[in-house]
Design a protein around this ligand. Structure first.
Ligand code: XMP
Length: 511
């Protein structure tokens, strides 16, 4: 089935994929393409509309990324955002100038209500600005349809040619009516009908993957997390048993998790899955290790060694599957961010496996889009909606040195905690919640006996991005019930505490 297609031309801004996602949310299929995509190619694709992203360049400078003027004569509606708007203005003969000061943040904007871009938008609304340069004079034929206190051409339009430019970012949440504007552009200006849904993505990806991978040997490291699971099922639907999944069970998973993963992928999906049980190997390497970063390093290395051994048995493969999703692409692109905690599951594998090419079927999707693909593919809800779980697993939730006994204790406590949160109907509100086995033992009394047992800490955070988080306000009676259950049911634990620190200054995990 051929869909309407909108292309986003990428000029290096930080919101490129977000724009594409917003378009897809409006049921119009959208892809991001490089800014220097040839005019001929664009003609051939003949998209319903083109959106130019923002970007860090200055359009008047010699090496700035630009487009040919002819692009604006194709009759394809164009929406330029931020740099994209300046580019449109400049190429078509308007003037771009440097502002006295960088304009950054939420800004009030007055818009012209008789322009179709602003249908159903308030005459004065808020928008998100982030720029130093702006259009000081629009090209001829354009009218100014939005102004802010400091930005004379915050929005401009050539209604007849369907060319639109906005200095602000309609795609971000801080422009509350931005989606109405995008929708107006897509539907009323570009004439889209909205013929795309997520099940089409799944169906089309399967078709494309079948063409690309059919008859080839493909290997996937399956962790049971959302991303690798969805990627694996998608590819399995395309090529069946030509896909081999290796599931390294390092013994650091939550209660029953290893069996669940095996059950779902072998029984429900009939996939070619090799489960490698190597708890002993990991525990041996981790014995006596207390430093969190050393734990991560050991686990990361061991994981690669185990995977390598299994992959060698299979021999050279044509493709290696990676469950990379869009936020990973951005994260690994930010080289300046200080390493607070090293995340072992990013990178690593490719160097150690004999393969010809990497395939990343979810590379352009955001987490919630990936979950939706998973639902379309029939992956059970508990797996698709799963909260994040760190690659090093419970090793970084047993504080200090790790033993099998401690892991088992933690598994039980964590299971009870999670079960009660679901029962209380709080699982959707709390972004991540888990138990930690502290390395602290304290005195207690049970019956007539003195005990000297471990303290379990419960962590629960409300967050959307996991970069910052607030501690979750779990009702006291729910906490009381969880506490009672854990001390009664988990041998070796006699005290429960609840972590009431936000991030920052604390992190979500304890190690
Ligand atoms: P922190 O503790 O840094 O956690 O606030 C932020 C998010 O990242 C997860 N996390 C990890 N994930 N390997 C992972 O794959 C790791 O080593 C790791 N450390 C933390 C954490 O669970 C939270 O969702």
């Amino acid at each position: 089935m051929k869909h309407e297609l909108v292309i986003v031309l990428d000029f290096g801004g930080q919101y490129n994929q977000l724009i594409a996602r917003r378009v897809r949310e409006n049921n119009v299929y959208c892809e991001v393409m490089p800014w220097d995509t040839e005019l001929e190619k664009i003609k051939e694709i003949n998209p319903k509309a083109i959106i130019f992203t923002g970007g860090p360049s200055v359009v008047t400078e010699a090496d700035a990324p630009v487009v040919q003027k002819e692009l604006f004569d194709l009759g394809i509606p164009v929406l330029g955002i931020c740099y994209g708007s300046q580019l449109m203005g400049y190429v078509l003969g308007g003037k771009v100038a440097k502002a006295d000061q960088r304009e950054y943040g939420k800004t009030s904007i007055n818009v012209s209500l008789n322009n179709p871009l602003f249908k159903d938008v308030d005459a004065t609304t808020s928008c998100w600005m982030s720029h130093t340069y702006f259009i000081s004079e629009p090209p001829s034929g354009f009218e100014i349809i939005g102004t802010t206190e400091t930005c004379p051409v915050a929005a401009m339009a050539h209604q007849e040619k369907k060319l639109y430019g906005v200095q602000f970012h309609p795609e971000v949440m801080h422009t509350p009516q931005g989606n109405i504007m995008l929708k107006n552009f897509l539907y009323d200006i570009a004439g889209c009908k909205g013929d795309w849904i997520m099940s089409d993505f799944a169906e089309e990806s399967i078709k494309a993957l079948k063409e690309k991978l059919g008859g080839k040997k493909v290997l996937c490291a399956l962790s049971g997390g959302v991303d690798s699971s969805v990627a694996a099922v998608l590819i399995h639907k395309a090529i069946g048993k030509d896909l081999t999944c290796i599931f390294v069970d390092h013994g650091l998973l939550r209660k029953d998790e290893g069996d669940e993963v095996e059950q779902i992928f072998t029984k429900e999906f009939d996939m070619n899955l090799i489960r490698v049980n190597c708890e002993d190997r990991f525990l041996e390497k981790l014995a006596g290790v207390t430093d969190p970063e050393t734990k991560r390093k050991i686990i990361g290395e061991e994981f690669i060694r185990v995977f390598e051994i299994e992959a060698k048995k299979i021999g050279t493969v044509d493709f290696l599957v990676q469950g990379t999703i869009y936020p990973d692409v951005i994260e690994s692109g930010t080289k300046n961010a200080a390493v607070i905690k090293s995340h072992h599951n990013v990178g690593g594998l490719p160097d150690y496996v004999d393969f010809k090419e990497i395939v990343e079927p979810l590379r352009d999707l955001f987490k919630d889009e990936v979950r939706n693909v998973g639902r379309v593919l029939g992956i059970p809800e508990f797996l698709v909606a799963r909260q994040p779980f760190p690659g090093p697993g419970l090793a970084i939730r047993v504080i200090g040195d790790i033993t099998k006994e401690k892991l088992d204790m933690l598994r039980e406590a964590d299971y009870i905690y999670r079960e009660e949160i679901v029962k209380a109907g709080l699982d959707k509100e709390i972004g991540q919640y888990f138990a930690v086995l502290t390395n602290l033992r304290s005195v207690g009394v049970m019956g007539d006996e003195r005990t000297y047992s471990y303290t379990v800490a419960l962590r629960g955070v409300a967050t959307t991005d996991f970069m910052t988080a607030d501690w979750a306000r779990i009702p006291h009676d729910v906490l009381a019930h969880i506490s009672n259950r854990i001390v009664n049911e988990v041998h070796g634990v006699n005290r429960i505490v609840y972590d009431i620190t936000s991030k920052p200054p604390a992190t979500i995990e304890w190690e």
